[in-house]
Structure formats: structure tokens, C-alpha cells
Ligand binder design. Structure first.
Ligand code: ATR
Length: 284
């Protein structure tokens, strides 16, 4: 009996999430739920990589026969550099959150933007097409979702950020990548948001972590506006501001589960059902 158990665990395809810190990661729970639901014979672990040892950690996992890994903070850029093949969305994002190990290749993809868009369009039933969107932030999180949002063809996309130069640089990269889209894209300082109104406001800053309040006017939230904070697990000052303005407030838990589902699909070729997994994670 013991022998049989060992044998079955050895034959499982192995996956992991690599980060530092990593103990808080919900990815193993999510992927285990997906695997059970779709009857995939696989395991999924947390792997703590030393801050100066990301490449060595990944290469060791490849040597052990792992089939793929998710990448979390602070290694998404290093994963981008380590990849010897990149998908278009990883290249656009300039960061990798999913690695696929196939025939000696390290393929880097980024499922964050697809996860956000899927949560908004499929779970919240809000088509992005034709909407007025405000994206707050110009760091890695914002960059990862920029192109997938534009692919949904909103009417307008305004990017605002504390450091305006970073927002400008992010937008100017769009042209370099040859993006052709019908959306009017512009950059705007926080103080110039007065008088503008949006249907979807996405907070991609890290202000939720430090409990900082963004200097945004609450008049930006239209009636029926959705205020989406990419953070999850707590009520951020942004969510509180949006709530006061009467917006529909959404946290990033759906995005977390959807980006995982997209990675699972890349690895296993099966798309898991996500609603029940979101409910499971929310109940933790
Ligand atoms: P991430 O990978 O989470 O995007 P990041 O690349 O460090 O992290 O980016 C953090 C984002 O949060 C940036 O847009 C940052 O604004 P700056 O570009 O001006 O630094 C934003 N941010 C962090 N703290 C902020 C604050 N107190 N007020 C406004 N924006 C803030």
C-alpha cells in the first residue's frame, strides 16, 4: 500500500509557485482545486527562492523534472530574462508569471492581464468594449494588464500615476510594439482628473499595501461604475473611496483565480471552472 502511494506521487506531473516570500501564496490551494476538479494527476508546491538565487532555483526544478512554475514577487522580471521563448503577451508586459518547461525550452508567458479581463468580462459580466477606463498606476502590475485591456477595445483609456513620466513611458511603449487599437489612450495627472468620469476604474498601484489614500476625486466614478482593486484580502483606501462614491467595488481575488486558471490551461490543456474555486478561496 505504502509502495503504491509512493509510486503514484512519483508519476505525478510537478508544478510550483516560486517567490520570496512565498508562505502566504494561495496558488497551491487554487491549483490543487483545479487538478481535483479536472482529474489531472499533478502536484503543486510553494518554492522559496533566495533573492539572489532565482535562476539556480528554476534550473534545479527543471533538472528535477518539473513541468512548469508560476512566478510571483519579486521575480517576474528575472523570469522574463530567463525565458528563452516568450509569448506576445509576456513580451508586451515585460514580465513573466508563468513558465512552461518543454523540450529543454523555458517558455515565458504572462496570464495576469488575461486574468483581469476574464474576471471583468466573464465573471462580472461587464464588456470592456466601448467603456471609459481609468488605469491608476504605471508599475509592473499596470504594465501587465495594459495591452489585454486595450485588446478589449474600450472607448478611452486614461492612465494616471503619481510619477507622470512613468505613465508616459508605459504608453509610449505601446506604439513601439506596433499596437493598433481604436481606443483613445492618454496620460493624466491625478489633479487633472477633476471633471472626468469613467465606467471602470482599475487600481494597479501598491497603495493598498501601505494603506495610502490616492489623491483622486470621487467624481471620477460614474453611476454604475466598477472600481476594481487588483489587491485582495483587505479593504483598501481605494475601495473605501469608491464605495463612498457609490461604485460597485471589486477586489483582485477573481483576477488571482483567473490568472491561475489561464496558467493551468497552458500547462494541462484543460480550462477549469473558477467560480467554486473563488468561493473556496474567499471563505478561507
Ligand atoms: P507593482 O509591481 O505592484 O506594480 P511597482 O512597480 O513598484 O509595483 O509600482 C507601484 C505602483 O504604485 C506605481 O505606479 C507607484 O507610483 P510611482 O510610479 O509614482 O512610484 C504606485 N504607488 C506606490 N505608492 C504610491 C503612493 N503612495 N501614492 C501613489 N501611487 C503610489
Amino acid at each position: 500500500m505504502v509502495y503504491k502511494q509512493m509510486e503514484s506521487s512519483v508519476s505525478k506531473d510537478r508544478y510550483a509557485v516560486v517567490g520570496n516570500p512565498i508562505s502566504h501564496s494561495k496558488s497551491p490551494l487554487i491549483h490543487e482545486a483545479f487538478a481535483k476538479q479536472t482529474q489531472q494527476n499533478m502536484s503543486y508546491e510553494r518554492v522559496l527562492a533566495p533573492l539572489d538565487g532565482f535562476d539556480a532555483t528554476v534550473k534545479d526544478l527543471i533538472a528535477q523534472g518539473y513541468k512548469g512554475v508560476n512566478i510571483t514577487v519579486p521575480f517576474k522580471f528575472e523570469a522574463f530574462q530567463l525565458s528563452n521563448e516568450l509569448t506576445e503577451r509576456a513580451r508586451n508586459a515585460g514580465a513573466v508569471n508563468t513558465l512552461i518547461f518543454r523540450d529543454k525550452a523555458i517558455i515565458g508567458d504572462n496570464t495576469d492581464g488575461a486574468g483581469l479581463v476574464r474576471d471583468i468580462e466573464q465573471n462580472l459580466h461587464i464588456p470592456i468594449q466601448g467603456k471609459r477606463i481609468l488605469l491608476i498606476g504605471a508599475g509592473g502590475a499596470a504594465e501587465g494588464v495594459l495591452q489585454p485591456i486595450l485588446a478589449g477595445m474600450p472607448a478611452t483609456l486614461v492612465v494616471t500615476n503619481r510619477t507622470l513620466d512613468k505613465a508616459m513611458a508605459m504608453i509610449s511603449k505601446l506604439e513601439k510594439h506596433g499596437g493598433s487599437h481604436q481606443t483613445t489612450v492618454s496620460v493624466c495627472a491625478f489633479e487633472d482628473l477633476h471633471g472626468q468620469v469613467f465606467d471602470i476604474v482599475i487600481n494597479a498601484t501598491s497603495t493598498g499595501l501601505s494603506d495610502m489614500t490616492l489623491p483622486i476625486p470621487i467624481t471620477i466614478f460614474s453611476e454604475n461604475c466598477v472600481a476594481y482593486d487588483m489587491m485582495y484580502g483587505k479593504e483598501t483606501p481605494f475601495m473605501a473611496q469608491a464605495r463612498v462614491a457609490g461604485a460597485q467595488v471589486v477586489d483582485g481575488l477573481g483576477m488571482l483565480v483567473e490568472q491561475a486558471a489561464e496558467a493551468f490551461y497552458l500547462w494541462r490543456g484543460v480550462r477549469p471552472e473558477t467560480k467554486s474555486v473563488m468561493a473556496m478561496v474567499r471563505a478561507l
